[in-house]
Ligand binder design. Structure first.
Ligand SMILES: C[S@@+](CC[C@H](N)C(=O)[O-])C[C@H]1O[C@@H](n2cnc3c(N)ncnc32)[C@H](O)[C@@H]1O
Length: 306
């Protein structure tokens, strides 16, 4: 990044050739995101909660690809009674995708959420499970565990056990489904107000990539045959996405699976970046570009343990 280049310009320069429309891509990342939320049906009937909210907010609109997700033009949902009472959970739309791509597997299963705090996906999964089954929600950072516990409490979730561990030294725990929502450079959240002040350094990609490979390897090693592992990040960086998955499918006994979600436009994973070529199967990963669905950016891989 040159001295005069803004964070957004740097992102456009680094990634617009990967996108299918560089003009739309660079336009959208300069536009703010709407606030989005999920209705938490553990705390009430969806229609009742929405009816109450619409008395104050006529801008609420349903998101076509996620049953309980909505967008609002308001910016202060975080001070609403619906938020404090746990009837809604304010969550980026892209963050809702990982549980949705395995919705067929979620009901009444044993789930290990390896990097869970502050609990956006854990609380969504618990809601999809109707508060039944078992979730273990782990995170390595004490400060973030507090928010995770607070969110579980606020949303009335009782099927989740919280653990505080570096996941790389987590005991080998057999589950049906593992979520590795990895720490990442978070470039895909560039449309958020505070993102422009963040400093991204090229060496961060390598540091995150090593961390991500360690976490995902651990999940793949402990996963029993036939179980499913979902890897996700909120960054554009191939170093933290396809590169991680390429190494994992070459070194671990897992195979990539197809990903579909009706109503959401997604693109295939890429198979080359800079000097590196990746396995053709990496195309089964999915990239969510901000200009396709008016969201943040996101990356997903779904794997089955062989
Ligand atoms: C992208 S955030 C997770 C967001 C969360 N899944 C959600 O939906 O709210 C990544 C998380 O990984 C945690 N983390 C970082 N290194 C870890 C490690 N070695 N073991 C477990 N968690 C770790 C961070 O504390 C952070 O909370």
């Amino acid at each position: 990044m040159t001295k005069t280049q803004t964070v957004k310009e740097r992102i456009v320069e680094r990634y617009s050739r990967l996108s299918d429309d560089s003009r739309k891509f660079s336009n959208i990342i300069n536009k703010p995101l709407k606030q989005s939320f999920r209705v938490n049906i553990i705390k009430g009937e969806k229609e009742d909660i929405l009816r109450q909210m619409m008395l104050y907010d006529s801008s609420i609109k349903k998101v076509p690809w996620c049953e309980n997700a909505f967008e609002s033009d308001l910016t202060n949902l975080g001070s609403s009674i619906h938020h404090f009472s746990g009837q809604i959970y304010i969550q980026e739309l892209t963050s809702m995708i990982p549980p949705l791509i395995v919705r067929d597997l979620i009901k009444k299963n044993k789930i290990l959420d390896c990097c869970a705090a502050p609990g956006s996906k854990t609380t969504q999964i618990a809601d999809m499970m109707e508060n039944k089954g078992h979730i273990i929600a782990n995170d390595a950072r004490h400060g973030r565990i507090k928010s995770l516990r607070g969110n579980l409490d606020r949303l009335g979730i009782t099927n989740t056990t919280v653990t505080l561990r570096d996941f790389k030294s987590f005991p080998n725990t057999k589950a049906d489904l593992y979520f590795v929502d990895a720490p990442c450079s978070s470039e895909g959240t560039i449309r958020k107000k505070n993102a422009v002040t963040r400093k991204w350094k090229d060496y961060d990609y390598e540091r995150f990539s090593r961390m991500q490979k360690g976490l995902l390897k651990k999940a793949c090693e402990m996963a029993p045959k036939g179980s499913t592992i979902v890897y996700s990040t909120c960054t554009f960086a191939p170093e933290e996405n396809e590169n991680v998955i390429n190494e994992i499918i070459n070194e671990e006994n897992v195979k990539l699976q197809n990903i579909n979600l009706n109503g959401l436009k997604m693109k295939k994973g890429i198979t080359s970046w800079k000097q590196n070529d990746y396995d053709k199967d990496v195309e089964k990963c999915r990239r969510i570009w901000p200009h396709h669905n008016n969201t943040d950016a996101f990356f997903l891989a779904r794997m089955e343990k062989c």
